[in-house]
Design a protein around this ligand. Sequence first.
Ligand code: UDP
Ligand code: MG
Length: 311
Amino acid sequence: MISNKLVSIVLPAYNESENIIKVCSEIDNIFKKINYSHEIILVADGCTDNTMETIQHLIVNNNHVFFIEFSRNFGHQLALKAGLDHAKGDCVISMDCDLQHPPELIPELLKEWETGFEIVYTIRLEDKKLPFAKRISSNLFYKTLNSLSDVELETGSADFRLIDKKVISVIRNFNENEPFLRGLFKWMGFKQTSIEYAPCPRQFGKSKYSVKKMLKFALQGVTSFSIKPLYAATYIGFTLSILSILYVPYVLYAYHSGKEVSGWSSTIITIVFFGGLQLIILGIIGIYIGKMFMQVKSRPNYIIRSTNIKE
Ligand code: UDP
Ligand code: MG
């Protein structure tokens, strides 16, 4: 029996010209073996290599391949969001285009979907070959996020998931300036399940997440999901004020007993410590104000330079 369900595959791509052809052909091969039709949406996120030329070649003979070209680099999350906004399928599968998310998992995702799950996310098993720093930072990322925000994310739940069109129509109305999709989907509810997979090494090129980008992503993850850091700042403030009140009797005692005040180093340490602390707390407040500022302007979240998708 031929199923006439359409599956959209969304692939964000930032300078991935070497990977695109390979990932598309692997996806096509998978769909030859299963009874679904499919479309591929490549989102070129401000590429500076010849990703766009590669895509132009690809679409000549493949009328199931679509592209969205951003006017500049808007980042992985917004590239994904753009793909979801334009997908026409009965469900959407988002994955990286460096083949770290194995296309062989697509039939399994679809199987779970057919049993009634509306979001099927994947959990990456720990990859021993990954650089030590990347593994540690990834673990730390999920631990911090879970303790500081109100959503619970499993370690290794990346942006490789299947989403039903019901959920897609809800997420389209989200107008977050800095969406943190893995948290948002978890937060949305619906019937969710997960499957595990062993990650593959990146096919070509380097990771597009520098340490700076990862740090920014982690901060965005926490601050777009919770205001707990603001509370933490308040608690730290209170604790330190109480501690400093406790210090007063000692100061008075030292004054009255005529002890030599030789406290240059303790003064400096206190100034430096509290100076730093205040800056940190101001920074935390600043991040939230910055987020409000960006959101209040309600600029479009991403700008499309060209596309072959017809509305
Ligand atoms: N990506 C993107 N915009 C960016 C950074 C990354 O669209 O600014 C894409 C990238 O092309 C890839 C996916 O997001 O398809 C994941 O990026 P990457 O593989 O570099 O991250 P890692 O797997 O190292 O965490
Ligand atoms: Mg990757």
